[in-house]
Design a protein around this ligand. Structure first.
Ligand code: NAP
Length: 244
């Protein structure tokens, strides 16, 4: 049974990703920061269905928390075979209003967390000459989003990290890929009105808004044992909104 760690899995895309991996027969570690009850409910939902899941608390924007999380997982199971770096925050602000604190929090939560988790996961993956790393970026990291410069920069950083790390780990049987979702209905986009969603859908070639399942299924595909020749890629899950 593969061990899969999904960061930020208490809600939204991360929670659905945990469901899909668990359904796939993997043991999932549901990382959360604030949403303890939601994480417990999700783990119970999965274990009640006979699937294998455990919760693990860590603020992944902090290197020390990530270190403790991996130490705990290694004690329980040896190490992580599949890492999904999904935890993230967004914020809409004029560029000139972004404070130092906003910037630091954005970069720490979206980008530094990915660095900390990849670094912690890799020694085990290298030892076993197998690993799958999937980093959740955003289409705004590909094309830039107005009034989301700090978010776009952090998500673009994830794409750079993914491509470079894929090159470094290619001979170790480890693939590193990115998913760049378009607009997905979760808490992160709950500030958008139905009118906003309608307008965004009409600008999208498929005429629709994405779901957490769309992203989760792409993650399961990239993590498959047979996806070994796919690495360093950015997979857009965006209904054709961005074509690269
Ligand atoms: P969401 O519904 O707001 O959920 C965010 C998740 O991240 C929560 O489980 C939250 O955990 C966790 N998280 C935040 N900060 C954390 C930290 N410091 N340590 C650990 N966990 C943390 O967001 P979502 O829409 O599912 O987004 C998931 C990922 O997809 C993010 O990286 C986001 O940028 C990306 N994305 C989303 C969209 C979209 O349209 N929704 C589009 C493109 C990319 P707690 O509640 O437990 O704190």
């Amino acid at each position: 049974m593969r061990n899969v760690l999904i960061t930020g899995a208490s809600r939204g895309i991360g929670a659905e990703t945990a469901r899909q991996f668990a359904k796939n027969g993997d043991r999932v570690f549901i990382n959360y920061h604030h949403s303890h009850e939601a994480a417990v409910r999700l783990a119970e939902e999965l274990t009640d269905r006979g699937l294998t899941a455990a919760i693990i608390k860590a603020d992944v924007s902090k290197s020390s928390d990530v270190g403790k999380m991996f130490a705990e997982i290694e004690e329980q199971t040896g190490g992580i075979d599949v890492l999904v770096n999904n935890a993230g925050i967004a914020q809409t602000k004029l560029f000139t209003d972004i404070t130092d604190e906003d910037w630091d929090r954005m970069v720490a939560t979206n980008l530094s967390s990915t660095f900390y988790c990849c670094r912690a996961a890799l020694p085990y993956m290298i030892r076993q000459q197998f690993g799958r790393i999937i980093n959740i970026s955003s289409m705004w990291g590909q094309i830039g989003g107005s009034c989301e410069v700090h978010y776009s920069a952090a998500k673009a950083g994830i794409i750079g990290l993914t491509k470079a790390l894929a090159m470094e780990e290619g001979l170790s049987g480890i693939t590193v890929n990115c998913i760049a979702p378009g607009v997905i209905r979760t808490d992160m986009t709950s500030h958008l009105s139905d009118e906003d969603f309608k307008a965004l859908a009409s600008e999208t070639p498929t005429g629709s808004i994405g779901t957490p399942e769309d992203v989760a299924r792409a993650a399961v595909f990239l993590a498959d044992d047979s996806s070994s020749f796919i690495t360093g890629q950015v997979l857009g899950v965006n209904g054709g909104f961005v074509v690269s």
